[in-house]
Design a protein around this ligand. Structure first.
Ligand code: IPE
Ligand code: IPE
Ligand code: MG
Ligand code: MG
Ligand code: MG
Length: 291
């Protein structure tokens, strides 16, 4: 299943915003912007920014309002992929259908392009035209989601648990940090920007938790059942690297059922706050996508 048509417009808005806010390929000091743009515009699904924009529409806000948040998250996500692919980490040769950053530019520039995207993401958010208290809160939430309590913490657990058998609880915690933290930030961001209050924030956060876990389970399933061509990244890597994944612990069928249950819960939870079913459709896309 491709990203539903109605969200393509959001993805394009994000692409245009990113393009406008980043210096061109040849801007000095070369080749840093070329490397940043190479990975950023290689063809990611843009799920994270789309969640930010769709969340605002669901709450009767303007999708455009969320562009600085969506752009910041996509830059940080792209940085995490560049570093995730490095030889010292997952050692992957393909990403988003192209050679990985270190294959195209060498390891030093790949490390720096990742660092630069992380920094540029936070800078983008720090310049956004929100009330200063909201801006400050968004930066705090995003740095927490990206840092040692969130994504980095999850990446550490992912690395140190290679070749180990985890309990399902431990694996849930790994996924909640590695992938869930940033996705939770995305779903939380719209009620924060629009000032909808703690009750709505809590519901959007919980929706993000359920969706985030289902997202990583699906990523793990696709690694087993899909092809390198479809995924745009090397299939079958998790088994090769002895990663702790849902399919390796529960098998494919139970993994699929679990992801489905999580998405059912996410849809039920969000439905009273999702008048156009945008967030329901995105939740279904998370488990039905083929890459
Ligand atoms: C891949 O994320 C990394 C994970 C957190 C599993 P995506 O599947 O969203 O990658 P892109 O952005 O579409 O390339
Ligand atoms: C990576 O998870 C999550 C990140 C924080 C980048 P994976 O290692 O499973 O992601 P892929 O499969 O390489 O995209
Ligand atoms: Mg990894
Ligand atoms: Mg990887
Ligand atoms: Mg994976």
């Amino acid at each position: 299943m491709p990203l539903p048509e109605r969200f393509r417009e959001y993805a394009e808005m994000v692409d245009q915003y990113l393009d406008r806010h980043l210096p061109g390929d040849n801007a000095p000091p070369e080749p840093i912007y070329r490397a940043m743009r190479y990975s950023l515009f290689a063809g990611g699904k843009r799920l994270r920014p789309v969640l930010c924009l769709a969340g605002a529409e669901s709450l009767y806000g303007q999708a455009e309002t969320m562009l600085p948040v969506g752009a910041a998250v996509e830059m940080i996500h792209t940085y995490s992929l560049i570093h995730d692919d490095l030889p010292a980490m997952d050692n992957d040769d393909f990403r988003r259908g192209k050679p990985t950053s270190h294959k195209a530019f060498g390891e030093a520039i790949a490390v720096l392009a990742g660092d630069a995207l992380l920094t540029a993401g936070l800078e983008t958010l720090s310049r956004a035209d929100y009330d200063p208290a909201v801006r400050c809160r968004l930066i705090r939430l995003l740095t927490a989601a990206a840092g040692t309590e969130g994504m980095i913490g999850g990446q550490v657990l992912d690395m140190v648990n290679e070749n180990k058998t985890l309990t399902r609880d431990q694996l849930d915690q790994l996924h909640a940090k590695k992938t869930g933290a940033i996705l939770r930030f995305c779903t939380l961001s719209a009620p924060v920007v629009l000032g909808r209050g703690p009750e709505i924030e809590q519901i959007f956060l919980q929706y993000g938790s359920l969706l985030g876990l289902a997202f990583q389970i699906t990523d793990d399933i696709l690694d087993v059942v899909s092809t390198t061509e479809k995924l745009g990244k090397t299939a079958g890597k998790d088994e090769k690297e002895k990663k702790a994944t849902y399919p390796s612990i529960l098998g494919l069928e139970e993994s699929r059922r679990t992801a489905g249950r999580l998405i059912d819960q996410a849809c039920a939870l969000i439905s009273p706050h999702d008048p156009r079913s945008y967030l329901r459709d995105l939740a279904l896309y998370v488990v039905e996508r083929d890459h």
